[in-house]
Design a protein around this ligand. Structure first.
Ligand SMILES: NC(=O)c1ccc[n+]([C@@H]2O[C@H](COP(=O)([O-])OP(=O)(O)OC[C@H]3O[C@@H](n4cnc5c(N)ncnc54)[C@H](O)[C@@H]3O)[C@@H](O)[C@H]2O)c1
Length: 252
């Protein structure tokens, strides 16, 4: 029988996770440690240093910096001897009507949410070919369907969806799998901060919950488990997939 996705994958695997200081990324680090990975945990927030030790090397760095992807991959390979998994998870949210969205909003969101995903993949792929490893990107339901007032954020997530499919095809024959998760609303500070900026946070929460057939947001750990599932050896037949973790949102 194949190993269960939630069982330890192997004791010597290594991963790079971006956006690891809080929210989904932090739970990904916890789940990966439980599955036996050693992790380079990248975040612009110094809070990521609280993950230090027990197989986790924190790296305080801005993913928009050109040097960060190569430095993170080099740290994983020099410290752990290999790289098996890249989790491209760092992003910023922007909920804003298009008529109020500036060129600077557009450029800065693409600089944070899209270009680092491309650069991290480009930096990691040579090591992932050697290990026959994989990439899991954090996309969003906003990259799959239309959601009001998210034009630029949705475009960034759509770009990630398409890069996922593209790299899955480009690297399938070289043994590297590339998948993404597409969360609906997840109960993290990311969502809480977005809601706090709404004129009526209570009404905004009610709309969010009504849009999710399960009647609640997902937890960050539920998304983390889906990411670890996609990385698992038992998921060797899965590549180019966008796995919704959205309580039924896009199924309606
Ligand atoms: N929370 C949701 O409802 C939701 C829904 C769909 C998709 N997502 C996606 O899930 C991922 C994680 O979201 P979350 O809810 O955990 O968010 P979060 O804001 O709680 O965590 C994001 C982390 O990314 C880090 N980060 C942001 N910009 C960075 C930069 N330039 N360099 C390095 N680190 C940076 C932040 O410091 C933070 O620790 C994101 O890709 C987000 O788009 C979230």
């Amino acid at each position: 029988m194949e190993p269960d996705a939630m069982e330890p994958h192997a004791m010597e695997l290594s991963a790079v996770v971006t956006g690891a200081a809080r929210g989904i990324g932090r739970d990904v680090v916890t789940r990966l440690r439980a599955a036996g990975y050693r992790v380079v945990a990248v975040d612009i927030s110094p809070d990521v240093t609280s993950l230090a030790g027990d197989g986790v090397l924190p790296m305080v760095a801005d993913v928009t910096s050109a040097a960060t992807p190569t430095e993170a991959v080099a740290l994983a390979v020099s410290s752990f001897g290999r790289l098996d998994l890249l989790v491209n998870n760092a992003a910023r949210f922007l909920r804003r009507p298009i008529l109020e969205t500036s060129d600077d909003d557009f450029d800065s969101l693409f600089a944070t949410n899209v270009r680092p995903v491309f650069r991290f993949a480009r930096a990691a792929l040579p090591a992932l070919v050697e290990s026959r490893g994989c990439i899991v990107n954090t996309a969003s339901i906003s990259g799959l369907i239309g959601v009001p007032n998210q034009s630029v954020y949705a475009m960034t997530k759509g770009a990630i969806v398409q890069l996922t499919r593209q790299l899955a095809i480009e690297y399938a024959a070289r043994g590297v799998r590339v998948n993404a998760v597409a969360p609906g609303a997840v109960d993290t500070e990311f969502m809480a901060e977005a809601r706090a900026a709404d004129p009526d946070p209570g009404a905004s929460l009610a709309v969010t919950l009504a849009n999710h057939p399960i009647g609640r947001m997902s937890t960050p750990d539920e998304v983390a488990r889906a990411i670890v599932f996609l990385a698992a050896p038992g998921s060797a037949g899965i590549t180019g997939t966008i796995l919704s973790v959205d309580g039924g949102y896009v199924a309606r």
